[in-house]
Design a binder for this molecule. Structure first.
Ligand code: FPP
Length: 238
């Protein structure tokens, strides 16, 4: 088996953008972009697990996405439910834990039940932690954590006010679809994240694109406000 030597982000977060454009560029209805996007999710999950990503957080539906036409929202929820059912055996056999972040009280009950079941069935999986953000708003999560006192307990450098909607620190945020913004996604957790933006629409994202992003990540000099390791060595040997 070919070994992969590039350092990968331990926690990768992806803003899956460009589904609608993928479809309209082909003269197809927007929902087809979401259907293709869902197929890409499966490939992305498999590839990230294979490459050794520890945590993968996917932005599937932001709290602002409620502004979309009702039909589109309905289709997205149906797609999430279908894919949860379809991909659950594969997640379990690949030892991947699934959790969903965001508000659950506004989701259709059939979807919420499937999410609960999938979380319970993958609870002890350890190879990779896949999180899907549905009805998620980072500002709301931060507000909730702040009012519950969880932010005060969190280490500022580790961001793990866990249990209060704040996740472990993100190492890299990747956004597809050409836009260069964070759109209310993991704002607290991305304090020191490396950012990557691809002009590829999400349905077209390939394993090779991800490897390019990982190579880019491996070449970044992450200093967390400190100095470059080489500068430090020169200083110490002087
Ligand atoms: C953004 O593209 C994408 C979404 C709001 C939905 C993401 C959903 C999927 C990738 C499909 C299913 C996911 C799972 C977890 C099974 P957009 O519609 O904003 O595209 P546009 O900017 O081109 O209009």
């Amino acid at each position: 088996m070919k070994r992969h030597l590039t350092a990968v982000p331990d926690h990768l977060a992806i803003i899956m953008d460009g589904n609608g454009r993928w479809a309209t560029q082909r003269g197809r209805p927007r929902w087809m972009g979401h259907v293709r996007g869902a197929q890409t999710v499966r490939k992305v999950v498999t590839h990230c697990a294979r490459r050794g990503v520890g945590q993968l957080t996917l932005y599937a539906f932001s709290s602002d996405n409620w502004k979309r036409p009702q039909e589109e929202v309905k289709l997205l929820f149906e797609l999430f439910a279908t894919h949860l059912d379809r991909q659950l055996p594969e997640l379990i056999s690949n030892d991947i834990r699934l959790t969903v972040i965001g508000r659950r009280d506004r989701l259709p009950s059939a979807l919420a039940e499937r999410i609960n079941a999938a979380e319970a069935r993958t609870h002890s999986c350890r190879r990779m932690h896949l999180r899907v953000a549905i009805d998620y708003s980072s500002r709301t999560a931060i507000q909730t954590a702040a009012t519950s006192g969880a932010l005060e307990r969190a280490m500022p450098d580790r961001s793990d006010a866990t249990g209060a909607g704040i996740l472990p620190s993100v190492d890299m945020v990747l956004r597809t679809g050409g836009e260069r913004r964070l759109s209310d996604f993991l704002l607290w957790e991305s304090a020191y994240a490396e950012l990557a933006f691809l002009d590829v629409n999400f349905p077209d994202l390939t394993a090779a694109d991800l490897d390019t992003v990982f190579a880019d990540y491996a070449a970044r000099d992450r200093r967390f406000g400190g100095v470059q390791v080489v500068d430090q060595l020169i200083k110490e040997s002087a």
